[in-house]
Design a protein around this ligand. Structure first.
Ligand code: FE
Length: 221
């Protein structure tokens, strides 16, 4: 659901049993994972740096690359974009992504008039199949609270200045619905292949805390 910028940060459809489980269990899992990790490291069965590398891969590299392919396809193919905005889950499944934590995807489009921002105010709901694991800041109390109350200030801290005349819409992810931002296609990308376009799309742009900058002229003809 969309929130007005000055809307209350409270009730938003999280109040159901499923979500309670979802909120409580991860703390316990996190503790158990930490315990397992320290035992494995103590016994020299695992290299902590290797673990960090795996987490980094899913958080920053592998995960968000899927979403970037979706965005690039939408930029390159207007018919695909129409299907994506109409039924995100089905259109994302067309390129092979779906499953756990991505069952009900809604794609929201940034335009010159509207900037979209995604948060989960209650916990950390996030579209795993298209973005991988949520970054630490996404799960932080500060982001979850402030994204709704003062989205423009939050965006400014991420380095994104939204003009006064542009509407900011904040979308609150839940256990049922996960949002993906379709960023604006930057100028100077005409004639790029889908693969090249996908390279430009960052995870943060698909959460809505970044925009996709024009390519930095490093392309060879
Ligand atoms: Fe959540």
């Amino acid at each position: 659901m969309a929130k007005s910028e000055n809307g209350p940060a409270g009730a938003h459809g999280h109040g159901h049993e499923h979500h309670h489980d979802h909120q409580v269990v991860p703390d316990d899992i996190a503790l158990r994972v930490r315990a397992l990790e320290s035992i494995l490291v103590d016994k020299q069965m695992v290299d902590p740096a290797a673990l960090d590398a795996v987490v980094d891969a899913y958080e920053n590299r592998i995960g968000p690359r899927n979403g970037a392919q979706v965005v690039a396809r939408a930029w390159a193919d207007p018919a695909y974009k129409a299907r994506l905005l109409d039924d995100g889950t089905a259109a994302i499944a067309e390129i092979g992504f779906g499953g756990t934590q991505g069952e009900h995807m809604v794609v929201v489009e940034n335009t010159p008039e509207v900037h979209n921002l995604v948060v989960c105010t209650l916990c950390s709901c996030y579209p795993w199949p298209t973005l991988g694991l949520p970054p630490v800041w996404y799960k932080s109390n500060a982001y979850r609270a402030r994204a709704v109350i003062e989205p423009r200030a939050v965006l400014r801290e991420f380095g994104v200045e939204i003009a006064d005349e542009v509407e900011v819409r904040v979308w609150d992810s839940t256990a049922e619905i996960r949002y993906l931002v379709l960023p604006e296609r930057p100028a100077g990308t005409e004639g790029m292949t889908e693969e090249e376009l996908a390279e430009l799309v960052s995870r943060d742009a698909m959460i809505g805390v970044a925009v996709v900058p024009p390519p930095t002229g490093g392309r060879t003809p």
